[in-house]
Design a protein around this ligand. Structure first.
Ligand code: 8YV
Length: 315
């Protein structure tokens, strides 16, 4: 037990990881506190680290109540919910867990694309409702192999998705701030322009607050009635009202979504349509990957408290 190190844990983690964390550090469980501000005030003098995950992050409001904190260790790759400006201004290091989850997240993006093009949920429900026997073959769907894919955010995860989809003979395009010199995929500087040129728009970008709702009516109309949207990034990228409207009015063909604006709440309109496949933010949710994420999150902490560089960090 590293008795002298006291941490705040923002939300429950993968059980084996949380067990290891609490066996090593003095951990204050923020989500269990009836009065969170009272808990933070009571531990402010002793706490020197925060542990969180990609969804919960660590706000400036939280961190400002814990002036002794000099490390935030994120159980996840996404740090959009961590106030990086506060961290950089106050000398707080931010560790995350990239690479170990790339395969799983990319795999689920492909699964969601296939599920949307081939309407796997709808055909499953058609069979289970006994309609096959009475109505005959299920309605035809759309071919995925060879389609035009546009990836918004060709980073580590976006590139892994591109490699997988190239294996389905898909024609890959991407939209980044700047073109990459190490790939020969078609580059678009403008998201709407890329959406108009592809059949499958995949959101894999590490989002910034400025990207809120960037996938709205204009991008969805550009994607078009044969288009499919896949999101394994963050729900904040999508104007969900515009998406529900586009799906209900068949201005796009389908969607495969793992993330939502206000998780775990999901717009009811998305759950009422059969041309949508929904997942409860499980892209990194395998035993192997969550184990690896947990180890990396713990390694970042132990490195910090040993005066070493974090294994993987963003600040
Ligand atoms: C979550 C994620 O952190 O890696 C990320 O940024 O969004 C996810 O892996 C994971 O669901 C743990 O809560």
């Amino acid at each position: 037990m590293t008795d002298q190190v006291s941490l705040v844990l923002v939300n429950p983690l993968y059980a084996p990881t949380q067990k290891a964390l609490e066996a090593t550090y003095t951990v204050h469980r923020l989500w269990e506190a009836e009065d969170k501000n009272a808990l933070l005030a009571s531990v402010a003098d002793s706490v020197t680290g925060v542990v969180t995950d990609g969804g919960s992050g660590a706000s400036a409001e939280l961190l400002s109540k814990l002036p002794g904190v000099k490390v935030v260790s994120v159980f996840g790759v996404g740090v959009d919910a961590v106030d990086l400006d506060y961290c950089k201004s106050n000398g707080v290091r931010v560790g995350n867990t990239p690479d170990v989850l790339t395969d799983d997240v990319a795999d689920l993006a492909v699964a969601l694309a296939l599920a949307s093009f081939r309407q796997i949920a709808r055909s499953h429900n058609y069979l289970c409702a006994g309609r096959w026997a009475f109505e005959g073959p299920a309605p035809l769907t759309a071919k995925f192999s060879g389609c035009k894919v546009g990836i918004f955010g060709l980073g580590r995860i976006g590139h892994a998705i591109a490699r997988r989809m190239a294996g389905f003979d898909c024609q890959i395009s991407y939209c980044n701030r700047n073109p990459r010199s190490d790939v020969d995929y078609r580059y678009f500087a403008d998201l709407t322009e890329m959406a108009a040129a592809v059949d499958c728009l995949v959101l894999a970008v590490a989002p910034t607050p400025q990207m809120k709702g960037v996938v709205g009516a204009e991008v969805l109309n550009a994607l078009g009635p044969q288009g499919h949207l896949v999101n394994i990034s963050r729900g904040l990228l999508v104007d969900e009202d515009a998406l529900v409207n586009a799906l209900q009015n068949k201005r796009i063909a389908g969607a495969g979504l793992d993330v939502f604006v206000a998780e775990p709440d999901v717009p009811p309109g998305l759950m009422e349509m059969d041309n949508v496949v929904l997942q409860p933010h499980v892209a990194s949710g395998t035993v192997q990957t969550r184990t690896a994420m947990g180890q990396l999150m713990l390694d970042n902490l132990s490195n910090h408290f040993s005066g070493k560089e974090l294994v993987a960090f963003v600040a």
